[in-house]
Design a binder for this molecule. Sequence first.
Ligand SMILES: *[C@@H]1O[C@H](CO)[C@@H](O)[C@H](O)[C@H]1NC(C)=O
Ligand SMILES: [Zn+2]
Length: 420
Amino acid sequence: MKSLLLISLLLADALSFVVPRAGQEVDYSGFKALRLKLSEQSEDIEAQIEELAAHVLNPGRSELLDVVVAPENVDAVTALAAESTVITEDVGAAFKEETLATKDEVSVAAVPSETWFTAYHPYADHITFLRDLQSGFTSQSEIITTGTSVQGRTLTGIHIWGSGGKGSKPAVLFHGTVHAREWISTMTVEYMAWQLLTKYSTNSTVKAMVDKFDFYIIPIVNPDGFVYSQTTDRLWRKNRQTVSGNSCVGRDINRNWPYKWEVTGGASTNPCSETYKGQAAGDSPENKGLVAHVNSLRDSKGLTLYIDFHSYGQYILWPYGYNCNVVVDNDAQHRSLATRAASAIRAVSGTRYTIGPACSTLYATTGDSTDYTDAVGQSTYSYTYELRDTGNYGFTLPASQIQPTIRETWEGVVSMVRDA
Ligand SMILES: *[C@@H]1O[C@H](CO)[C@@H](O)[C@H](O)[C@H]1NC(C)=O
Ligand SMILES: [Zn+2]
């Protein structure tokens, strides 16, 4: 009884800061990022930790849990774990190393320069970036939209084609920022588009890539969550959809795809969880738009390669997420492309990636994008990249690491596109 009371008191405490009052930003000063080792696979202990933590950084990974915890809850959380190490002493202080650029001064539409990739940017500037980039290459690109978010933002991307003309080749599709806090994924996906267009006329490797495929590139597929991560809670992951009768907000769009969504164990049915799957398969508006786009690519020239960019962990993963014993029929080809991509990345910078099928390599995930693009979208290849780092900075990778990350990742992607 006593411990129950204690837990509910701590819980009330925990909830008081994850729900900021309107217009107020969550202040993570003094919060610690901890890596916890759990003594046994106890869902009960995990649930208690989840409730005490402000955020679980790697939900689903049950033997090693990375969490962000308010100073007053650190003792309670570490007491529940078998072992704990501090990843970040002061999360709020670490955020300051990120540097969010203020509104860009350049207002005349011009092809963005490479300095764009030296800082993180507000949402509106990302849309401007895409429009400015497209306006420099009007004969081989166009702005595309793939649906609307809960709050009415348009999911915006760019379609790039080569000498065969618009829509003449099989599709390569890149998604970024399905998880709002994974800001490095936005920059990485934008760099892919920027490289393909600005290097097309001078680099034969790039020209060959663009002439071989139609590229569909959507840097921010969760715009509401991304905005919320910039205005209110830097560690926000999900969309901003409500559930009637529950005060918790957000579906995990990457647990909402309508393929094996109903399978248990790879997502949460609790609206307060970081991996809340939604009330029905594909019931987030963002997911509906993405599904329609994937299906339309499948039904036109077909999908050859899909990559969903995330952070962090340095993994290249392929289907399936929903079941560790089900192997894709072209598993060997997936492994071969991923092996070469990981070598290409390592050759640039020494950064090491772990590769493998998602469920057996990382953890079970149901309703995730790559299971869908493989099984329903019929993409020849489907990958999830978990970008830098391995937890030291986690989601708040310093701006100084944007260029090293995007450059190494680019070479991994070039290798995949060449071999696909
Ligand atoms: C062309 O681009 C590829 C892929 O990034 C790169 O490896 C190669 O060095 C570039 N070639 C030149 C001449 O810059
Ligand atoms: Zn993610």
